[in-house]
Design a binder for this molecule. Structure first.
Ligand code: PHE
Length: 449
């Protein structure tokens, strides 16, 4: 069954694990989804709700994933079976399916970013940004760039944990941090940046007093932290015994939040300084891909280089996240079918790419896949993880303590997973389920149109 003949791969360094996990977390969710979600849902008020969701709900569940992964040293399906018996296998399978769905549309958006970066190199963004987005986000060319991006992702995962995933994270993540902070500082120097900050952080507490917004904030928190589908679990399965898991969870959550927050500080001042505020009113998938290139095109000679840097940051974020998604599927296939890493990464990668083609051709399909995973699959996954570590896994607290300094929080954590987290997640799902079902109906009914 499992490839026990070969020793399990391991990270070469603790930093490598940390950066790979941050790489998984930081992605399109931070730089593309988070800023407009915040602006749309009450600015600073939403930000507060989001911070709560990240640190109160997300962080304990991240620790839960780490504890299962490091404890079992197996990919999700086998890890859940290891501690929970056969009954938990379907949950592991659901994680892998979620990975399939997310990555298939994620690769499409990442393909757009490749194309925008290419555009910046070739001289910038003249002409109508809305028309360009329409052109880029549909048709055969979108498939070409999606395939290109997926090929890079597959190649890196085929390289393995140390030589593929870890090395990529060590090189690219520092670059991403530099670019995001650099552009945010540059944006602050622009005339009219203040309007952007005001729009981003205007406070309307009435906006957050609805269950729908809570669901959005929670879904975004889990998505952004790569939780609820076994990505963090899988990465932790390559850890040795003495990593301080609570500290890792904190470092990763703080970094992920910081990049999302700074992304807003980069996006909105740019847009507002160039008087394009009307462009962000609508909450479409394309908002960022339309208004930012338009801003770049109006910035004069600074436009193309700043635009290029911005899209490079997006590509890096997307790539390191896509890698972790493919690793969940690859590791599970290796462990379940006894395939080699090469065969598993290539085989599943090709299927995922094919599955994404409808999303490349049709924006509505893409939106529906996004809604389905965010409003339902990862929330149910997170619920299952909380219940699993809270009630089922026998030595969860002991495993969590290994390598940690202070031990007094662990019983609190376990009780939180037992009672509070499931209750909150059920509440959140009350709104998430209908939204996801709507998305599914749209996908099945109107997908072809
Ligand atoms: N966290 C990634 C992002 O914000 C997306 C992702 C979700 C990656 C789930 C892995 C698993 O873009």
């Amino acid at each position: 069954m499992s490839s026990s003949s070969q020793p399990r791969e391991q990270w070469a360094s603790r930093l490598g694990f940390t950066l790979a996990a941050i790489g998984s977390a930081v992605g399109l969710g931070n730089m593309w989804r988070f800023p407009y979600l915040t602006a749309e849902n009450g600015g600073a008020a939403f930000l507060i709700l989001y911070i709560l969701m990240v640190f109160v709900l997300g962080l304990p569940i991240m620790l839960a994933e780490f504890v299962i992964g490091r404890g079992a040293k197996k990919s999700p399906i086998q890890a859940l079976e290891h501690y929970g018996g056969r009954a938990w296998k379907p949950v592991g399978i659901a994680f892998v399916v979620t990975g399939f769905v997310i990555l298939s549309y994620y690769g499409v958006i990442a393909g757009w970013t490749l194309r925008y970066a290419g555009r910046a190199v070739l001289g910038g963004f003249p002409g109508s940004a809305a028309e360009r987005f329409q052109e880029y986000s549909g048709g055969g060319d979108a498939v070409v760039f999606q395939v290109l991006f997926m090929a890079i992702t597959i190649g890196i995962v085929m390289g393995g944990i140390k030589k593929g995933i870890e090395r990529t994270a060590l090189i690219l993540m520092p670059l991403l941090f530099l670019i995001v902070v650099g552009i945010a500082i540059y944006a602050a120097t622009l005339n009219g940046a203040g309007g952007g900050y005001r729009f981003y952080l205007h406070t309307d507490f009435r906006d957050i007093l609805s269950l729908g917004v809570l669901t959005q904030a929670a879904g975004q928190a889990f998505y952004s932290l790569s939780l609820g589908m076994g990505a963090m679990l899988t990465f932790a399965s390559y850890l040795s015994g003495d990593a301080n898991l609570p500290r890792q969870s904190l470092i990763i959550s703080v970094s992920d939040f910081a990049v999302a927050f700074v992304a807003g500080l980069m996006v909105f001042p740019l847009i507002f300084a160039l008087g394009l505020s009307g462009e962000v009113g609508e909450s479409t998938i394309g908002a960022l891909f339309i208004s930012l290139p338009q801003a770049f095109s109006q910035m004069g000679s600074a436009g193309p280089p700043i635009g290029l840097l911005f899209f490079v940051a997006l590509i890096v974020g997307a790539l390191t996240s896509a890698i972790s998604l493919l690793e969940v599927v690859t590791a599970s296939t290796m462990d379940s079918l006894g395939w080699s890493r090469h065969k598993a990464a290539l085989g599943t990668g090709v299927v995922i790419t094919a599955l994404g083609i409808p999303a490349a051709l049709n924006l509505d399909v893409l939106g529906a896949m996004d809604a389905l995973t965010n409003n339902l699959l990862i929330l149910v996954g997170a619920l299952a993880l909380a219940v699993f570590v809270g009630w089922i896994m026998p030595d969860a607290t002991r495993e969590a303590r290994k390598g940690a300094e202070s031990t007094r929080w662990f019983p609190v954590w376990r009780n939180f997973l037992r009672f509070v987290a499931p209750a909150l997640l059920v509440l959140i799902l009350i709104r998430g389920v209908p939204a996801a079902l709507d998305a599914l109906r749209a996908l099945l009914g109107g997908g072809g149109g």
